[in-house]
Design a protein around this ligand. Structure first.
Ligand SMILES: C[S@@+](CC[C@H](N)C(=O)[O-])C[C@H]1O[C@@H](n2cnc3c(N)ncnc32)[C@H](O)[C@@H]1O
Length: 206
């Protein structure tokens, strides 16, 4: 799937479905918050949610006083959903429509979060491009939290094939600039009631 097809795929999904109908919907991004904020981050730390879609992580960061969270997604329709939900508070966040594998970081980031995006990168070329952006964007000492389907998780999501990871195999993908400091296994319950095995890993940029 090339970039144009990927954009169309995700635009179609977010344009035709309600947020709560999406299989990855979660009311509260509990594990993401725990791993991002332990140890605590300054409220003015630049936090990037990669492929944030319509996730409520940005709401939770604003609730906690973060001054400029950034949400990036390949789908403009996804970001519109979050902006509509946040209404007046949307102006407190930064919004970027881009394919993460093609993006040029616009500033340094202290924290990078990705829930269920990296696992869609099925070619080595895509993963190397993601890693190159990650290395450019995150400052030394910065935190990186990535959630993917676990080794026992689904093989497809949203009609697309995925790759599944353990914390160790994800660490091997990211390379020696990123030190694994914590991980959690999690069972996500989709709105249709299906259980999906996830792993969340926290890294520090060396
Ligand atoms: C399974 S959803 C997860 C959304 C969000 N992280 C959450 O937890 O609710 C995957 C998201 O990644 C976005 N996405 C997929 N490929 C992308 C890419 N190459 N660059 C940026 N965003 C991408 C999709 O539009 C979608 O919002």
């Amino acid at each position: 799937m090339d970039e144009l097809q990927a954009t169309e795929h995700w635009q179609q999904i977010y344009s035709t479905r309600q947020e709560q109908e999406l299989s990855w919907f979660e009311d509260t991004p509990g594990i993401s918050l725990e791993l991002l904020l332990t140890p605590p981050l300054d409220q003015d730390a630049s936090v990037l949610d990669v492929g944030g879609g319509a996730s409520r992580l940005v709401d939770a960061l604003l609730d906690r006083g973060f001054t400029a969270p950034t949400v990036l997604d390949i789908s403009e329709a996804a970001l519109q959903k979050s902006k509509m939900r946040l209404a007046g508070r949307a102006a407190l966040a930064r919004w970027i429509t881009a394919d993460i594998t093609e993006w040029q970081p616009d500033r340094d980031y202290r924290a990078w979060h990705d829930r269920a995006v990296f696992h869609f990168l099925t070619t080595e070329e895509q993963r190397l491009a993601y890693r190159s952006v990650l290395e450019k964007a995150v400052v030394p000492g910065g935190v990186v939290v990535i959630g993917t389907f676990a080794l026992d998780g689904p093989e497809r999501c949203s009609g697309l094939p995925v790759r599944r990871y353990s914390p160790e195999s994800l660490a091997a993908e990211l390379g020696h600039h990123f030190r694994l400091t914590a991980d959690r296994m999690a069972e996500h319950r989709t709105p249709a009631g299906k259980a999906q095995g996830f792993q969340f890993s926290r890294f520090v940029r060396e």
